[in-house]
Design a protein around this ligand. Structure first.
Ligand SMILES: [Zn+2]
Length: 595
């Protein structure tokens, strides 16, 4: 890219460690190992016998565990962040791997605690869960018990953990290394350019149709060259999941994810079913967009073509200002929190070779602040990405009063704060605009964003379901995966969008499939939930704010269903999910009025 206003915006990891060879890293690992050994000596026997398994014992054990995990998390986060910022550095890669290995050893030493807790008598567990001494850990302890039937013996769990480093985790690393090392050579304005994955994806938003088509062709051509390895990797990981599901007695490939997400199959089915029944809304929009672009029919590479007049370029400093003002209009405390991220260099925004693509926010623990990585490319979409990750960051900051075990939210609600933050910035920008063409650009951008989060992620989840059931029969080939991908996408795009043949590789670079299966429906959940919540905010005004803040402050201290109840949300009710689509409908109506 010719200009990049985020150049030099790098995060400062010095409050974690000074460098990859900081001796404190090794010292922390050694200390954690010793503490883990001491932990085992102190708690194994009392945890084993019902007479000695008292609330005091459990409390002391949990407090020590928290403090150990904090220390270990500091090292793990540092290694992970360093590596994400430069995946090409052998030193960082080594550190990441070494820390992973050592952490596994330490976690293995501590494993008996959870396993004994799972093994203990129903009567004792029930009594301890409601003991006032353990009230801060109630949700954690009760939650763990749900894994009772899916947990193996301690030696088995240890072997799995150790073998995973050279098994499934290694395949995950292989995938990361391949996808972050990808370069695509593309002719642009009569010059050959070498682009990485996020840069070439961003060309799909360019106004020049021929360029978009070339970018898409080049993308899939490039991916197909790694097709064998990418297919092999995905196939192996699915098989690994299926094996583990059998060993752990999970009835269904999605069951484990539902358990993590603290959500049941019925709620997910209701949500995905309602989403699918609204695919027509997507197709109507694609037909409308074809008209806007004066095309007989939309091609896939036109999906994100700009319409109207986009405010562009959108320098990083302006993004910062807009986000802060939008947050302030919601609540001054939001602005205050977000300001810290910019002022204290908790964000790594510049585009660099070897840096991980996409964006994420890491919130390691209540005692550490969150860190954000993104690849800022001076456009509105990236403003939204920064807002999104800052939303995660806010959530991470607001829930810092929770203890370690209550800090993280399950994936289902993990995307609430992020998507809500995007809505705030969107509304703020729309309110500032008077030019109808700029409004069109904003509204279409928002609609397409929502589609990417709701419809597309639903499609991705359906694809995973198809891939898992196909793998039960036979090994997956590029052909099978390509067919399943086209099948799942076909239901969404219908005949409203022309699908190029190369799109058969569209599944192959999606990290969620590799690193966290069935992650994608959480995006659907998060987006639809937020659309409904945002409507409540508009209806209720400022009285909504404290309820929302309470939700974020609660972190993961209870199940999403329970935390959302005070806000009037019923996740089992299809009508609730349909509410989200009514908001989408409001947006498409607004667009029709503008054109
Ligand atoms: Zn997110």
């Amino acid at each position: 890219m010719a200009t990049n206003s985020a150049e030099g915006i790098r995060w400062d990891l010095n409050d974690l460690f000074a460098a990859h060879n900081d001796p404190r890293i090794e010292a922390t690992l050694t200390e954690c190992y010793a503490r883990a050994e001491a932990f085992e000596k102190r708690f194994r026997t009392p945890m084993e016998q019902s007479e000695t398994l008292t609330a005091t014992v459990v409390l002391h054990a949990l407090q020590e565990l928290e403090s150990l995990y904090e220390a270990l998390g500091r090292v793990g986060s540092y290694a992970g962040l360093l590596y994400a910022a430069d995946t090409a550095s052998p030193a960082y890669r080594d550190l990441e791997q070494r820390v992973e290995q050592r952490s596994t050893e330490i976690r293995n030493q501590l494993l008996f605690f959870e396993l004994h807790w799972l093994k203990c008598d129903e009567g004792i567990a029930d009594r301890l869960i409601v003991d006032p001494l353990l009230s801060n850990y109630k949700h954690y302890l009760a939650n763990l018990r749900r894994y009772r039937l899916h947990t193996l013996t301690e030696p088995e769990e240890k072997v799995i953990n150790e073998k995973d480093n050279t098994g499934r985790n290694a395949f995950g690393r292989l995938f990361s290394e391949i996808t972050s090392g990808l370069t695509f050579s593309l002719e642009k304005e009569n010059q050959k350019e070498e682009l990485n994955l996020s840069q070439i994806l961003s060309l799909l938003h360019e106004p020049d149709r021929a360029l978009r088509r070339r970018a898409m062709e080049t993308l899939y051509e490039g991916l197909s060259q790694h097709g064998q390895v990418l297919t092999f990797t995905y196939d192996t990981l699915i098989q690994d999941h299926l094996t583990m599901d059998r060993l752990r007695a999970y009835p269904h490939p999605m069951s484990q994810r539902h358990l993590f997400n603290e959500i049941d199959d019925e709620a997910v089915k209701a949500m995905m079913g309602v989403t699918e029944s609204n695919y027509g809304l997507g197709q109507d929009y694609f037909r409308l967009k074809a008209k806007l672009l004066q095309l007989p029919r939309l091609a896939l590479y036109d999906q994100y073509a700009p319409v109207g007049k986009e405010v562009r370029p959108f320098p990083y400093s302006q993004a910062q200002q807009v986000i802060l003002e939008a947050f302030e209009s919601f609540d001054p405390s939001f602005r205050q929190l977000a300001t810290e991220f910019f002022a204290k260099n908790w964000i790594d925004a510049e585009i660099r070779k070897g840096k991980r693509g996409g964006a994420f926010c890491a919130s390691p623990s209540p005692q550490l602040h969150p860190y954000i990585l993104c690849n800022y490319d001076d456009n509105l979409r990236d403003v939204m990405t920064v807002a999104h990750e800052l939303g995660h960051g806010m959530h991470g900051c607001l829930s810092r009063d929770q203890n370690y075990f209550n800090y993280d939210t399950p994936l289902t609600t993990a995307e609430t704060a992020s998507v809500f933050a995007e809505m705030l910035v969107f509304d703020y920008l729309l309110g500032q605009q008077t030019d109808p063409q700029a409004q069109i650009a904003l509204v279409t951008g928002k609609i397409e964003d929502i589609f990417a989060t709701v419809f597309r992620q639903n499609v991705l989840t359906r694809f995973e379901e198809l891939a898992f059931s196909a793998r039960k029969e036979t090994r997956l080939t590029p052909d099978t995966l390509g067919n399943l991908w086209i099948e799942a996408n076909g239901r969404y795009y219908g005949d409203a969008v022309e699908i190029p043949d190369g799109y058969r590789w569209g599944w192959s670079y999606i990290p969620h499939f590799i690193h966290s299966r069935f992650y994608c429906y959480s995006y659907v959940f998060g987006q639809l939930l937020v659309l409904a919540l945002y409507r409540m905010y508009k209806d209720q005004g400022k009285s909504f704010v404290p309820k929302y803040l309470t939700l974020l402050e609660a972190g993961g201290s209870d199940s999403p269903e329970k935390l959302l109840k005070p806000l009037g949300v019923d996740i089992h009710n299809p009508e609730f999910w349909q509410k989200g689509f009514e908001e989408v409908h409001t947006l498409t109506t607004k667009l029709t009025e503008l054109i």
